[in-house]
Design a protein around this ligand. Sequence first.
Ligand code: AMP
Ligand code: MG
Length: 335
Amino acid sequence: MSKIIIETKVIKINDLYNDSIEYACNILRKGGLVAFPTETVYGLGALALNPDAVRRIFEVKGRPQDNPLIVHLSSLGQLESVAYLEPRYLNIIKKLTPGPVTFVLKKKKNIPLVVTAGLDTVGVRIPAHPVAQRLSQCAGPIAAPSANLSGRPSPTDAKSVIEDLYGRVECIIDAGESAFGIESTIIDLTKEKPLVLRPGPVTIEELNEIFGEFGGVEYYVPKSNEKPLAPGMKYRHYAPEKNLSLVEKDKISDYANKDVLILCTRETYEKYLKGAKNVHIIGEFGKPYTIAQNLYKSLRFVDKSSYPEAIIEKLPEEGIFFSIMNRIKKAVSKQ
Ligand code: AMP
Ligand code: MG
């Protein structure tokens, strides 16, 4: 549990027309930090145009200084106040917003370099979640990484935010579970071809179709000695404290009733593990978005369970499974 240093107000939001949004906006305007829900994961926000407030995000999370933040906005008009829209992609940006996609664009001068970790580009997103929308509408552009301590699984509900950040931030807004459960797809639009820096809820296959007239998208894989284009990619992420390994579906029954927690889909449980006690279901193979939604909570559960270590079922790497496996591979990586 984190050391308690400031008073954290937790607000439950059921409707958008109470005073809670105004309360949270006032905290932001004064340079404070507010954790808030989005449709991907919960974010830890500060006013993007206030460099001192943004610096506190890095301190509170223990986030490396060279890992830039995504700026959350409520409209294309607001987006244009911080970044240069690529005219050739305008229709596509309109099609993908609001939603779980971040665009990397050339930044405007008003965005402080602490937000972009010194880069001349900025990651921008217009979230679809009504609370996130209302916050940036009323307080202005909000710089926000995921609302977890650096390295931990991203939070997909307020309880997980409280675990990591209670006593470290002024306000946590609780609006239930995030719909997607994994972070936004990031597309760099400043290169010759649209470059996917991070797979997410909108899949590469869907993007290839959407960017069809531009010859589709490229998926960026950093070369081993290269500084990655999305600086966050080089850090260990999402990992439980306990050892977690990836296991092929047909080997998973070897672990039934051993002193190991098995994270697997409902279908794999039914087929290979029926009756085993040491199982935690991560979602349905037939409904892969349920796996995305439960993934980080399941990874957090590994450390809460009584088992000394855990394994997780290997999934295919196409469509939304590709994005899910991207996170799982980071969670099992020891780097
Ligand atoms: P998080 O909000 O914690 O999911 O982290 C934001 C991710 O966006 C990190 O992986 C960053 O490296 C990436 N990112 C943010 N801004 C940029 C940018 N201007 N260029 C490339 N990647 C970015
Ligand atoms: Mg993060």
